[in-house]
Design a protein around this ligand. Structure first.
Ligand code: SF4
Length: 180
């Protein structure tokens, strides 16, 4: 049997194993596809703040809607072999590296962390590749206000591929929902 090969056009962060045994290890928890905020020495997953291509099929079970073509459609996406050592996977992920990774906490714990996480989200912003509607709905549910995402800096550099997707966005309260 021929081992699957990696297309030469793939970037270094997209390269890694593609065999069935590798793929079968995935638990489809979706943690890797969420953005996490640092809190002490931990990285806490923010519910609703995830890649625009992530779908929740049933509670706690996620899938990528472009998985077979993700490295073309989602250039920010890292192969698990690369993401593990960088701490981009779940802390208990079968692909992960020891003592690294993102933590998903229960709602009670997350609520206690929310003031810190909210401050980080407001000052750092979020990348444009996140699912805007899901994130804004999650923020609305926690703040009781309506928000929009607007570019944090000037126009993205048109010469950079996928610059618009990587553009950092900031939260702005809608006029009907004054920002305190
Ligand atoms: S493109 Fe990558 S980061 Fe986005 S949902 Fe698919 S696997 Fe996750």
């Amino acid at each position: 049997m021929t081992e699957p090969t990696t297309p030469m056009s793939q970037r270094s962060h997209q390269q890694g194993a593609t065999d069935a045994a590798h793929e079968d290890k995935c638990r489809r928890c979706g943690v890797a596809c969420h953005i996490a905020v640092p809190l002490g020495d931990r990285a806490i997953v923010v519910p609703g703040l995830h890649c625009r291509f992530l779908a929740e099929e049933s509670p706690g079970l996620f899938s990528c809607t472009v998985y077979g073509d993700r490295f073309a459609q989602a250039p920010w996406c890292h192969h698990a072999d690369v993401a593990g050592p960088l701490g981009y996977l779940a802390e208990d992920c079968p692909y992960g590296a020891p003592d690294r990774g993102k933590r998903r906490v229960d709602e009670v714990e997350f609520r206690a962390m929310w003031p810190h996480i909210w401050r980080i989200l407001r000052s750092w912003g979020v990348p444009n590749f996140v699912h805007h509607a899901d994130f804004l709905a999650a923020v609305h549910a926690r703040t009781g206000r309506e928000w929009e995402l607007v570019p944090m800096h000037g126009p993205a550099d048109a010469d950079q591929p996928f610059a618009d997707d990587m553009q950092q966005m900031r939260l702005r309260a809608l006029p009907t929902s004054p920002d305190a």
